[in-house]
Design a protein. Structure first.
Length: 179
């Protein structure tokens, strides 16, 4: 199943492909400082085309098996963000975990909100998911606003949940019931 939608005049959200590896590596390199506070510490290898190609291979295999929805935000040929729905579980759970980021030069334009709204609709209407979850650093006010605008409700606090920026940090757990 393919996924593609226009979020703004110059921004497309679509399913990632193997051909995106170089643009994703470039986007992560450009945004190294912008994302450092919000992501795990990264090795130098992470920023290479080879590493991003390997990540895409895994994500696209999981996508074909119905367990992942790896997306890119594009402005022309440049990747300006990612949205991933991972850990998709069928059966009585019908749930997935969503994560996202937007290029530092594109923040404040509503792109994360528009992308998340499109993903929520796709996960409900096309994938038949009942629920999406997302975790967010307690001090990440911008991302908390994005999740709130998309209808995600807080369901608790997970102490020392993930190692982000080199230390174990608390995360707010959120969910959106889709139907």
């Amino acid at each position: 199943m393919t996924f593609s939608t226009t979020l703004a005049d110059d921004i497309i959200l679509r399913l990632a492909t193997h051909a995106d590896a170089a643009a994703i590596a470039d986007a992560y390199s450009r945004n190294r400082q912008h994302l450092a506070e919000w992501e795990p510490q990264r090795s130098e290898e992470f920023y290479t085309v080879a590493h991003q190609s390997a990540v895409l291979t895994t994500q696209l295999e999981q996508h074909r098996a119905g367990g992942c929805l790896p997306l890119v935000l594009l402005r022309g040929d440049a990747v300006v963000g990612r949205v991933n729905v991972s850990n998709i579980v069928r059966g009585p759970f019908l749930s997935g975990s969503v994560g996202y980021w937007v290029d530092g030069s594109h923040t404040g334009r509503g792109l994360a909100s528009a992308a998340l709204a499109a993903v929520v609709s796709h996960c409900r209407d096309e994938l038949g998911l009942h629920r999406l979850e997302a975790s967010v650093l307690a001090h990440n006010a911008a991302s908390r606003r994005v999740l709130a605008r998309a209808g995600f409700d807080s369901i608790g606090l997970a102490p020392s949940y993930l190692q982000i920026a080199g230390r174990w940090q608390d995360h707010l757990l959120t969910q959106r019931i889709l139907f």
